[in-house]
Design a protein around this ligand. Structure first.
Ligand SMILES: NC(=O)c1ccc[n+]([C@@H]2O[C@H](COP(=O)([O-])OP(=O)(O)OC[C@H]3O[C@@H](n4cnc5c(N)ncnc54)[C@H](O)[C@@H]3O)[C@@H](O)[C@H]2O)c1
Length: 310
């Protein structure tokens, strides 16, 4: 069987971590592309030399030439500048929009059939930008956002209850940012047992707050750069779900066209990931308060979208 191909645009902390996880899963051939000459080649070579340990049987190569990304099945975009302490996601906006327009155009020129996963921040806005600029159907432009927020909450609940994180199920939707994220705490459970039966109200509130602030907590500790282990790990799971047509359910940013009563805006909602990318948007019933908060998040994202030229 022909090996699949995944290109990662931006071979920084997150990009390299995605590549490492994919190599460890032997999921596909991997191209790491970066504007920083030599850096992607160095990381690619280093990872290739771990093949005997990873059980990896394919190609890992770094480059700054898009021709090497030709005919990728999946393209992961992490290119951009990362958040520094005191910097909001919106501060990154103008630079990262320019980068996204350039990257998406070149990437799909060489891989017209690829499914695109956007990671660069602000991710809701940049997923929206990628969708509009590429002209691709929305199922092929997927934002990694609620995906990460969800595994963060999952880990916090697992720690608080004292159970395996694999047995915790959560869904965090909305925009990828402290105020507009919507952790659906009423749905969180441990193997079907509502967390409300296992944790008191103040603990649940504390875990929700920590999830909202999880990105900033890491930025303030790292001092330089932002989170990359968890973002890299979960992105590799998304890639694998697409390559293996797993129909897994994640919370991903997607262009909404009337779902949840929201139009012309990109936000994280529950989706099914398979060989076509986003194969279905799962529209669930929200409480009135949740619906209001999701719409407020959409309004906020739209305000930013309205300021950019697409
Ligand atoms: N969506 C999420 O949940 C999430 C999580 C973590 C990080 N992020 C975002 O992902 C992005 C990457 O984070 P990181 O920690 O890997 O940053 P990083 O600085 O380590 O890596 C970014 C890389 O992009 C490269 N780059 C810049 N412009 C480029 C271009 N035009 N073409 C190709 N490569 C280019 C840089 O040279 C750099 O190596 C940031 O925007 C960050 O905020 C998002």
């Amino acid at each position: 069987m022909k090996r699949r191909k995944v290109s990662i645009i931006g071979a920084g902390a997150v990009g390299a971590t995605v590549a490492q996880h994919l190599a460890q899963k032997d999921a596909a051939d991997i191209i790491l592309l970066d504007v920083r000459e030599g850096m992607s080649q160095g990381k690619g070579l280093d990872m290739l030399q771990a093949s005997p340990v990873y059980g990896f049987n394919g190609i890992i190569e770094g480059t700054s030439d898009y021709a090497l990304t030709s005919n990728s099945d999946v393209i992961v975009i992490t290119a951009g500048i990362a958040r520094k302490p005191g910097m909001s996601r919106k501060d990154l906006l103008s630079t990262n929009i320019k980068i996204m327009k350039d990257v998406i155009t070149k990437a799909i020129e060489y891989s017209p059939e690829a499914i695109i996963i956007v990671i660069s921040n602000p991710v809701d806005i940049l997923t929206h930008t990628a969708y509009k600029v590429s002209g691709l159907p929305r199922n092929r432009i997927i934002g990694m956002s609620g995906t990460l927020d969800s595994i963060r909450l999952q880990s916090f609940i697992a720690q608080a209850v004292g159970v395996s994180a694999s047995d915790v199920v959560v869904m965090v939707i909305g925009a990828h940012g402290k105020d507009n994220m919507l952790p659906l705490m009423r749905l969180a459970n441990v193997k079907g047992i509502p967390i409300q039966e296992l944790l008191d109200e103040s603990t649940i509130e504390r875990l929700e707050k920590r999830t909202r602030e999880a990105g900033a907590e890491i930025v303030s500790l790292l001092k330089i750069g932002s989170a990359f282990y968890a973002p890299g790990a979960i992105t590799a799971e998304m890639v694998e779900a697409i390559l293996k047509d797993k129909k897994r359910v994640f919370s991903c940013a997607v262009f909404l066209n009337g779902e949840y009563g929201i139009n012309d805006c990109t936000l994280a909602v529950p989706v099914v990931l398979g060989k076509e990318g986003i194969e279905r948007i799962l529209e669930i019933n929200l409480t009135e308060e949740e619906r209001m908060r999701l719409h407020a998040a959409a309004e906020d994202v739209k305000k930013t979208i309205d300021t950019i030229e697409l």
